[in-house]
Write a protein that binds this ligand. Structure first.
Ligand code: C2E
Ligand code: MG
Ligand code: MG
Length: 600
């Protein structure tokens, strides 16, 4: 005869939700305390088997056990399910005589249960997780009232421990703050009460800054910094805003729905306070705060709201705007960035997605084209052409930039070799990123490739922007000197854009300075750029550097800069970037060279 299926408790759904939300109940290593509890009970009751069970959807799981190797049984075979459904204790003196259990495989087969006594493990709030039970393979008489009380007492010990485990799963170890799981639960509770809270993520540093801190200053520093940030946050936030720590150096708040008015004033205070360095182990660390905000409304809570506020915080940090409300466009941009970054890794390996195009650079005295700049192009199989202005900054945030640069340098040197065999001695300028100059690898690769193709370093120029100098200045200088020792020339790209430091011109032993194309848009007498460009050209020349003007789009601009002594120019007026196969034909026609010498 088949054993009947155990009954379900009335509050089975809430019970299940509790277990789902606390994987610590059913997963994880054995717990020493609970292991001791079952040993004590087995000793006291002199039973071969004692278990602490957790009743899950389809199985009962043995959270602690003595006397059996089984870790779980199907729920259908569970004795404990009766006690859970009842919310009270169950005692079976001889299972073979009890029609609920007679056909149970745990009775008919291993371990051959005859006697069973179980008491429920009841958490605060009345939900029953499972059971503490003692089991014998021989029938026994009913236990005494004193023994029954003892079994219940031991069960309370187990419950206290399970409660502790539940609380620990909600706590961030470093700060003692509640964690993301608790934020999730608290927000759901607020929504269930019909409130519309604000979920707020607070990001303090960029992932790169976090990584740098960890690598150069270590875990203890990071811990101390985190605690300093926590204390500052706590002192600035209203007492009714619970503070959570949801990931490494990312905090969060739940703002009660009735306090939305004051929220922005609080955000402004945070932005101001974190605009100053935080002193940790006597080192000043300048945080880059970003606050992401999302109002959650009952009935319209996005499944992944936590990701959305983190995404908004990231955006607010990157743009320096302090705080940002999550909006869908932002998410779409973020998703595109993630996708591009993922797919770029494949593109570098693929062979048919990346290619170099080459933009001629001409000498303004002779009109001759002596060098070309290699510019990377990516044809994404689905999204089509992606601009390097979009994907290079993304790659630069990860180690992927090194693979990209290696791909570029390989390809550029192959091309130089191919042109050489066709009789054209073109110098190729490649763009590298700041991170490429912070160690030996790229220089080593250039040395290797030049040797393999039997090429002299003078066929190559390396362009980088001033951001390269944010890292370890002396390492960058070493790389520059190694490259120059081989005859490779060095150019500072986009000079004058962003936060330029004119003293770089003196400190970096560059051969060439490329003036940023933003200067060339509106070069009219009396304009600010007019004076800056003239001054930059004369400064660079006095320091012995060649000056190249980028972004020359008109004959007028070309004449102006040539008159000021700029030696070379590059831009759409001369030529757009060309496919490798069109380069030699362009050189042969050399239309620009002729018209330029006419102008000269
Ligand atoms: P960049 O190195 O300053 O390159 C010059 C950019 O200006 C190129 O854009 C070029 O097409 C564009 N340009 C040239 N002449 C004109 C002009 O007359 N008018 C205007 N409006 N634009 C002109 P592109 O190819 O989109 O590249 C953008 C940036 O992406 C480059 O700026 C460079 O910083 C980066 N990049 C391109 N290829 C690579 C690469 O292989 N590696 C690295 N690390 N960065 C690259
Ligand atoms: Mg460049
Ligand atoms: Mg440039």
């Amino acid at each position: 005869m088949l054993a009947p299926y155990p009954p379900l408790p009335m509050n089975e759904l809430s019970r299940q939700r509790l277990i789902d939300e606390h994987p610590c109940f059913v997963e994880g290593n054995s717990d020493t305390f609970l292991d001791e509890v079952v040993k004590i009970a087995a000793l006291y009751f002199n039973t071969p088997i004692c278990l602490i069970t957790i009743l899950d959807r389809k199985r009962q799981w043995f959270r602690a056990r003595v006397g059996t190797d089984l870790q779980e049984t199907p729920r259908a075979d569970s004795f404990c399910a009766y006690s859970v459904a009842l919310g009270g204790s169950v005692e079976v003196c001889d299972a073979q005589q009890d029609e609920r259990f007679r056909g149970n495989p745990l009775v008919t087969g291993e371990p051959g249960i005859r006697y069973y006594a179980g008491v429920p493990l009841v958490l605060d709030g009345g939900l029953v997780l499972g059971n503490l039970c003692v089991i014998d393979t021989q029938p026994r008489p009913l236990m005494s009232a004193a023994d029954q009380a003892m079994l219940e007492q031991i069960a309370r010990l187990a419950v206290a421990r399970l409660d502790e485990m539940r609380a620990a799963a909600f706590i961030d170890g470093t700060t003692g703050l509640y964690n993301h799981a608790k934020l999730d639960e608290d927000i759901s509770d607020a929504i269930d009460r019909g409130e519309s809270p604000l979920a707020v993520a607070i990001e303090l540093v960029s992932p790169a800054q976090l990584n740098d801190m960890l690598k150069s200053l270590g875990f203890q520093f990071l811990t101390d910094f985190t605690l300093a940030v926590k204390n500052l946050l706590r002192s600035l936030l209203p007492a009714s805003w619970e503070l959570y720590k949801i990931s490494a150096l990312r905090f969060a708040c739940a703002v009660p729905g009735n306090q939305l008015e004051q929220a922005e004033a609080v955000f402004a205070t945070l932005r101001e306070a974190f605009g100053k360095p935080i002193h940790c182990q006597e080192l000043p660390v300048l945080p880059q705060i970003g606050i992401g905000v999302l109002r959650l409304e009952p009935g319209a809570v996005p499944e992944d709201w936590m990701r959305l506020i983190v995404c908004a915080a990231d955006e607010a940090r990157r743009t320096g705007q302090g705080w940002a409300y999550y909006d869908e466009q932002m998410d779409a941009a973020q998703q595109r960035s993630n996708r591009l970054l993922n797919d770029l890794a494949g593109a570098v390996r693929a062979d048919d997605q990346l290619r170099l195009v080459f933009q001629p650079r001409v000498d303004l005295n002779s009109g001759a084209c002596l060098s070309v700049e290699a510019l990377l192009r990516w044809t994404h199989p689905i999204l089509g052409e992606i601009s390097p202005g979009e994907f290079i900054p993304l790659a630069e945030q990860t180690a992927l930039i090194h693979a990209v640069s290696f791909w570029v340098i390989n390809q550029a040197i192959n091309q130089i070799d191919a042109w050489r065999r066709e009789g054209a001695n073109l110098k190729v300028a490649i763009n590298v990123s700041a991170a490429d100059l912070n160690n030996d690898h790229l220089t080593d690769e250039i040395v290797r490739l030049l040797a393999r193709h039997e090429l002299d370093g003078s066929c190559l120029e390396v362009e980088f922007t001033e951001s390269a100098l944010v890292g370890d200045f002396s390492v960058v200088i070493t790389q520059i000197e190694r490259l120059q020792a081989m005859g490779v020339e060095i150019a500072i790209d986009d000079f004058g854009s962003g936060y330029s430091n004119w003293s770089y011109l003196r400190d970096i032993p560059a051969n060439t300075v490329k003036l940023d194309r933003s200067f060339m848009d509106d070069l009219q007498p009396g304009s600010k750029d007019w004076n800056i460009v003239r001054a930059l050209i004369s400064l660079a020349r006095e320091l012995g550097q060649r000056v190249v003007a980028e972004g020359i789009e008109t004959e007028h601009t070309l004449k102006v800069i040539r008159d000021w002594g700029c030696q070379e120019a590059q831009g759409f007026y001369i030529s757009r970037p060309l496919e490798a196969g069109d380069m030699l034909a362009w050189l042969n026609r050399c239309t620009f060279a002729t018209s330029s010498s006419e102008m000269a």
